[in-house]
Design a protein around this ligand. Structure first.
Ligand code: DC
Length: 229
């Protein structure tokens, strides 16, 4: 029997992986799982509760309690039954999420949750999906784009949330800092899996990125391309 299709989409902030994953999931009728939301949720709860991230033991008990209040679905993250996804999208939460994500115990607590939901087949996006979470995924994509373009995208994305507190140049610096933190941590750093297909989206439209992904799936006989035209 065929294993349900798992597609890993990794890449740095602003690489377009979230949009590509959700467009691809829609086309293929597969659940889309955004793993960044899990780290963002932990960060958001810690910020709201003013927990000291440096007090490791206290922080870890806080995390295990916080995770009991959360449910993670393809639609987003629910806190005490309410959808809190839009509260997690800001760059301030992203920056704390990046710190929280460097803690091995936090990653361990979230790993099984991700692997369990993926069993049904999915498009899953994050930083370590192809390398750690779903090393057996049938297809792995690694999206990139120039730092400037990624900063610009993040800056524009945050406009509707009225969270554009800083200039474009500041945003580019923040994205660079997040890249550095995500790539330099010892456990499960942002890294391209050896068997990942790299797509540089700097000059591509979102539909062109998805088109390239579909062609790869077709080349590997995982889909009939004609079905999706
Ligand atoms: O993709 P994002 O911006 O929503 O992710 C927020 C932070 O969470 C990111 O800076 C690093 C961390 N993260 C991670 O370490 N591993 C993942 N699989 C997803 C996100």
């Amino acid at each position: 029997m065929k294993r349900p299709l798992q597609i890993a989409v990794d890449g740095p902030a602003g690489s377009g992986k979230g949009t590509a994953a959700s467009m691809l999931g829609k086309v293929l009728k597969l659940p889309v799982l955004d793993t960044g939301l899990l780290y963002r949720f932990v960060a958001w709860r810690a910020m709201e509760s003013r927990v000291d991230l440096n007090n490791t033991d206290a922080f870890l008990s806080f995390v295990s309690l916080a995770l009991k209040t959360m449910s993670w679905r393809t639609e987003g993250v629910f806190f005490d039954g309410k959808d809190c996804t839009s509260l997690l999208r800001g760059e301030d939460v992203g920056a704390v999420a990046s710190k929280v994500a460097s803690m091995p115990a936090v990653r361990e607590a979230l790993l099984q949750m991700q692997q369990t939901l993926a069993i049904q087949g999915c498009v899953m996006d994050g930083r370590d999906i192809g390398t750690v979470v779903l090393p057996e995924a049938q297809v792995k994509f690694f999206l990139t784009a120039s730092l400037r373009e990624r900063g610009r995208r993040r800056w524009l994305q945050l406009t509707p949330l009225a969270q554009r507190k800083q200039s474009l140049e500041q945003m580019i610096k923040e994205v660079a800092l997040r890249d550095q933190r995500d790539s330099e941590r010892t456990l499960a750093p942002l890294k391209q899996a050896e068997d990942a297909i790299v797509i540089d989206s700097t000059t591509l439209r979102q539909d062109e990125v998805v088109d390239r992904m579909l062609r790869v799936l077709k080349r590997r006989d995982l889909i009939e391309l004609d079905e999706y035209r």
